[in-house]
Design a protein around this ligand. Structure first.
Ligand code: E9O
Length: 604
């Protein structure tokens, strides 16, 4: 099954379930009252006191109640909805789709369990047509649990603080990952219809030929074809058409496009982001389903020293980001996504990494359209203890890669998979673990290179042998050499040379940076001032420039903007390494980065 984005067509209708839902956290000690009392079998409001909660959004920062902000356990949501009688004609699938909820989710419709989903960032859906009532409201109930453990992604160890002298007990995570564990229904909830026989998945892979044409290989998965019925299909792209019969649920072929309009990053072309519509129609037993998949024709390749997009060397000058906003937490909203896109362009950013989890599909759509290049990262951040590499994690990790590739494979903006961030890739268990994840990922998507963000040493890391590109996270003049912004260049130069000697592969920096509280100034600079952040970042640049002409393919600053973390002595209402504040206003360094990125781009 695929995870096509819900879209209207002549055979499909989409209905939004976003808005205000009822909400209740489970305050019982074991967080199990909701299951004991079967809160899903009735309106949540009739189970006890509920509050109103917006969807999509993290629930944490919506109220003034710290026990909701810091809540760990099952949180419950419900709402009513109507569907038109015409949807219940027995010939229509009515699919309930969650763009993402954090972390483990169970969904009921009219009291019947319809699906569960493990993991915080990817979509899940189920056909609920058979459970819906005519002529009366239907109810969807969601229980979502943000408890993390050694085998979730990200993994975390939880501590229960129940000292009787505290006015209330609380849970905390020790920091295996450095961002707030926002929770709730983070992405849009939609209902959409399809005919009983339907297009279940589409994938499109482009290869550029010597003669300037493009071969576009398509695979369409078809579901719900009855018995011995035959299904036929038609596809078209750029005026080129193909048609045939669906065999074993698949329609496959290659379109040859002689004069293709290529998708380009905005730093490589004055007409970037060319998206086109790949139209698919299937017909069987009198039913027709139509879906229009947005695609961009482009090809990605890695050589010993370069990253090529459509055969041209691409330099990843940009940032690593977070999904993190005031009030909304990790919830999304078009205005905020658009603002981030505009800020990326304002800073002349060519590329960003979706640290440390898959981002909303809506964001990738915007990147497709604007020609902003994306490195798609899995939620495997903080694999530090040997137990984090256990088979149960590996199994889940592979499942996450499968879901992420299923969801994102048609986004031309996504050019590479980052399979993890800062794992203990020096542990003996890491070698086999990463070998398996890398091989499986390549199997799932042979069209994109693989990497991960490494903070181990070139002599002890055991995972980069399986990667196509090496990414390094380095903080020479922040976590080391406190107060000396001028100490990064030498160790950086040495390390790049060593890594290159061990692995003849392209290398980029996926994190470097320093904390600054906006409005703090001092000269000579001290840590946490805007001046210090600026000089710490600038200290790396001559080294990057030294290797840029050879194997060095990119520089991503940590971070695009300040972001929320767990409370800690080294964090000031969050991590302050943003070039922008959390409210998206520039610090001193943002202006310098904007200048540098402009010249990198124009020098290209
Ligand atoms: C991962 C990212 O999520 N890399 C971190 C970033 C940071 O700002 C974090 O936000 O801390 C850097 C890891 C450096 C580890 C050094 C630890 C030294 C502890 C004093």
């Amino acid at each position: 099954e695929g995870l096509l984005y819900p879209k209207d067509s002549s055979s499909r209708l989409v209905k939004d379930l976003d808005g205000i839902w009822h909400f209740r956290i489970d305050r019982s000690e074991l967080r199990d009252e909701g299951f004991k009392e079967k809160w899903y079998s009735q309106a949540l409001q009739s189970t006890g006191k509920t509050i109103l909660m917006p969807v999509p959004a993290s629930f944490n920062d919506i109220t003034q109640d710290p026990s909701i902000r810091d809540y760990v356990g099952w949180a419950w949501y419900d709402r009513n909805f109507w569907v038109p009688d015409s949807w219940l004609d027995g010939k229509t699938r009515v699919v309930l789709r969650f763009g993402g909820a954090h972390y483990y989710t169970i969904v009921w419709v009219n009291g019947n369990e319809v699906m569960t989903h493990d993991g915080g960032h990817l979509p899940f859906e189920a056909d609920i047509a058979g459970l819906l009532d005519k002529g009366q409201p239907n109810r969807v109930t969601v229980a979502v649990n943000n408890t993390l453990d050694a085998h979730t992604l990200p993994p975390a160890a939880i501590t229960f603080h129940d000292n009787p002298r505290y006015s209330y007990p609380y849970y905390s995570y020790d920091g295996q990952f450095d961002f707030f564990n926002y929770a709730g229904i983070h992405r849009s909830v939609k209902l959409y219809t399809t005919p009983k026989a339907y297009i279940s998945d589409i994938s499109v892979v482009t290869e550029l030929e010597e003669d300037g044409s493009a071969s576009v290989a398509y695979t369409v998965m078809v579901g719900g074809v009855e018995g011995n019925n035959e299904a036929t299909y038609e596809v078209s792209l750029s005026g080129v058409k193909d048609s045939g019969t669906v065999t074993d649920g698949l329609a496959k072929g290659t379109l040859k496009i002689t004069d293709p309009t290529l998708w380009w990053p905005w730093t490589l072309s004055s007409t970037p982001g060319a998206m086109q519509s790949f139209q698919v129609q299937i017909t069987t037993g009198g039913l027709t389903d139509v879906y229009r998949q947005s695609v961009g024709l482009r090809e990605v390749k890695v050589t010993e020293d370069q990253f090529l997009i459509n055969g041209k060397p691409f330099y990843f000058h940009g940032v690593s980001k977070h999904e993190d906003w005031d009030i909304l937490g990790k919830g999304i909203n078009d205005a905020l996504l658009m603002k981030d896109i505009n800020l990326l362009k304002w800073m002349n950013v060519a590329a960003f990494r979706t640290s440390h989890y898959p981002y909303a599909e809506e964001m990738l759509d915007l990147c497709d359209k604007e020609g902003i290049v994306v490195i798609g990262e899995s939620p495997a951040v903080g694999l530090q203890l040997e137990d984090n590499f256990a088979n149960v994690t590996l199994h889940h990790h592979l499942e996450v890669m499968r879901e992420m590739i299923t969801r994102d494979k048609n986004h031309p903006s996504v050019v590479m998979w980052s399979i993890a961030n800062e794992p203990h890739s020096d542990l003996p268990v890491a070698e086999n673990y990463f070998k398996t994840v890398a091989f499986t990922t390549r199997d799932l998507d042979p069209s994109r290179p693989i990497t991960f963000a490494c903070n181990q040493a070139y002599y002890s890391d055991k995972a980069n042998q399986f990667m196509d590109v090496i990414m390094l996270n380095r903080y020479f003049n922040w976590y080391d050499n406190n107060g000396r912004a001028d100490t990064a260049a030498d160790p950086m130069r040495y390390e790049l040379q060593q890594w290159r000697e061990v692995h003849k592969k392209p290398i980029m920096i996926s994190e470097y940076g320093a904390g600054a509280i906006a409005g703090f100034h001092k000269d000579p600079p001290v840590m946490w001032t805007e001046e210090f952040q600026l000089s710490a970042i600038m200290d790396y640049w001559p080294v990057f420039d030294e290797f840029r002409k050879t194997f060095f393919i990119g520089e991503l600053i940590w971070n695009f903007a300040d972001f929320q973390t767990a409370q800690a002595a080294g964090r000031v209402d969050g991590n302050r390494k943003g070039l922008l504040t959390r409210e998206r206003q520039p610090k001193l360094a943002a202006h310098a980065v904007k200048q540098r990125y402009l010249s990198l781009w124009q020098g290209n």
